[in-house]
Design a protein around this ligand. Structure first.
Ligand code: NI
Length: 171
């Protein structure tokens, strides 16, 4: 088990289309363990494999009903197969530091995925849980919550990051 480095915007891996997973082995389980540990350490409520530099279709989400309890759902090759309604909720991302913003999403989603053994599963989620699933699945397609904001907000954030990186370099 290991806590992995979280890649931050503008890292290229965050913009790649992640590969589907076809091998369900020990290595995959290790990766899921690392992602879970990294997510709770951050702390976050969801993490996608590209965020730790692995461009594969894997996400972990915190599904604990009670605060401080730890219960993780690992979803392999997840895909939104149905949706209903809309909602607006505030989002942030471990890879998009120092930014939170309201994002419009589906209110309810049905997601198909595979479990650790490669068996097909389906889940229907709404409200906050549906937001997390949509946010994490976006990561597998190189999309960040930033991309759902206005062009102006996006440009302002890019400028801010460039400034932060320049300052870091100058230190
Ligand atoms: Ni994110």
């Amino acid at each position: 088990m290991a806590i992995r480095t979280i890649f931050e915007f503008p890292a290229p891996v965050l913009r790649q289309q992640a590969r589907p997973i076809t091998v369900f082995d020990e290595r995959l389980i290790e990766l899921i363990t690392d992602m879970t540990e990294t997510m709770y350490d951050a702390p976050g409520i969801g993490l996608a494999a590209p965020q730790i530099g692995e461009s594969i279709q894997l996400i972990v989400v915190d599904v604990a009903k009670i605060e401080k309890e730890q219960k993780v759902l690992a979803m392999i090759n997840p895909r939104i197969i149905g949706h209903e309604g809309t909602q607006v909720d505030e989002e942030g991302c471990l890879s998009v530091i120092e930014l939170t913003a309201n994002v419009k999403r589906h209110k309810k989603v049905t997601v198909s995925y595979q479990n650790l053994s490669g068996e097909p599963r389906e889940i229907t989620a709404e409200d906050r849980f549906a937001v997390v699933l949509q946010h994490e699945i976006d990561h597998l397609h190189g999309i960040l919550f930033l991309d759902h904001l206005s062009a102006l907000k996006r440009a302002l954030y890019k400028k801010k990051v460039q400034k932060m990186l320049a300052e870091k370099k100058g230190e």
